[in-house]
Design a protein around this ligand. Structure first.
Ligand code: ATP
Ligand code: MG
Ligand code: MG
Length: 355
């Protein structure tokens, strides 16, 4: 079996490599700026841990390989304009939107989308970066440099944020994990909970939407769909053509993690149905210094990315899975005092949302 090359050398590629080890599949992440020549074999496959990358000798070599999975999907989903067009074409509910053109003024956006409008840069935004709120009451104008470079979205008064991660193989077989409940603070994911019985009634709708996307794109691998829950229905916020932060809980909470699924799919291996074990919680580590007391807590599984700690930067995550809620709550209770602000509120959100 050939190697699986990953475009990008961040934590997602590293976790794919880790997940593929028991299967003895070699996963090789590649830094965009790697100077060492990338030499691929005919039977190798290429995937990516990110949807947009700079043109460099390394990325050009990888992207030119005939076995680059979902090659045409990346540019289509990396641009919010074409991503939103795809959702509309497939009749998948999403926040009402408009392209911010050369001449678009905020007044026309207010009359089309309401008195509070979210501008999102078409490409490159993540963790809430590349967003700008326009408020009619404050007569906010479209900032300089955002014309032609952004879409405008209606503000959705959602009840909560959920996501679904699914995988499709080359033959069209698919598997979907249960919906995950997510807490975002200032546009950045802080914690996830899965599975949740109360979200079960939305599972069919979520799977239907993602199934339609995966099939229509003839997609191979893992895709994540972030949604807003508005009453009893879902509205797609955005899509990620890759493994996703809100699927990290599957490393501890299921028999086949999203990382292993992605490797299986792109390598042409059988998928099978992952078994969900117990109750899982994932706590994202954002701009916090490593604290080894964390791994002294039963069930706490730390993934530390080895990056320099900076404010607002994702530097790791902790997964917790327990068969009983009381054991999970006890672990969370021990972790909570080990964290600085604003984590007490994150733990409170988790406690409040666990069954
Ligand atoms: P990610 O890191 O998930 O890729 P991102 O920077 O690409 O994030 P979005 O997911 O589009 O950005 O938005 C970030 C967060 O902003 C959402 O999770 C949600 O909390 C909020 N948000 C986004 N769009 C809207 C909207 N139309 N109405 C209200 N809130 C929104
Ligand atoms: Mg995003
Ligand atoms: Mg998002």
């Amino acid at each position: 079996m050939g190697k699986v090359w990953v475009l990008g050398a961040g934590q997602l590629g590293a976790m794919m490599r880790h997940a593929a080890m028991p299967l003895s599949i070699e996963v090789q992440p590649v830094d965009f700026n790697q100077s060492q020549e990338v030499v691929l074999a005919e039977e190798d496959v290429v995937t990516a841990e990110i949807e947009l990358w700079p043109e460099t000798p390394a990325t050009q070599t990888l992207a030119a390989h005939p076995n680059f999975a979902n090659k045409a999907v990346f540019p289509r989903l990396a641009d919010r304009y074409t991503q939103k067009q795809l959702l509309d074409e497939l009749n998948i509910a999403t926040a009402p939107w408009q392209l911010v053109c050369e001449k678009t003024e905020s007044e026309s956006l207010f009359s089309a989308l309401g008195d509070t409008v979210l501008l999102k840069r078409r490409t490159g935004g993540y963790d809430g970066r590349g967003q700008f709120w326009l408020k009619q009451a404050e007569a906010t104008a479209v900032p300089e440099g955002w014309h032609n470079e952004a879409i405008a979205e209606k503000k959705i008064p959602f009840d909560e944020e959920v996501s679904i991660v699914g995988v499709r193989d080359r033959e069209g077989n698919m598997f979907f994990y249960p919906l995950t409940l997510n807490l975002h603070v200032n546009g950045i994911l802080m914690a996830s909970i899965a599975p949740l019985e109360r979200l079960g009634k939305l599972q069919k709708e979520a799977e239907g939407m993602l199934r339609k996307l995966l099939s229509s794109l003839d997609y191979v691998g893992v895709m994540a769909m972030e949604c807003f829950r508005v009453g009893d229905h879902l509205m797609v916020n955005e899509l990620a053509p890759r493994v996703h932060n809100s699927g990290h809980w599957t490393q501890a909470g299921t028999s086949i993690s999203q990382f292993e699924y992605h490797v299986r799919a792109v390598a042409g291996l059988p998928l099978a149905n992952a078994v969900v074990k117990g109750q899982s919680v994932m706590i994202n580590l954002i701009g916090v210094a490593r604290d080894n007391r964390w791994i002294g807590v039963d069930a706490a599984e730390l993934y530390w990315y080895g990056k320099e700690v900076r404010e607002g930067r994702k530097v790791g995550h902790i997964n917790l899975t327990q068969p009983s809620l009381s054991a999970l709550n006890s672990a969370l209770g021990k972790l909570k005092p080990m964290f600085p602000e604003p984590y007490p509120q994150v733990f409170e959100w988790v406690e409040k949302n666990l069954p």
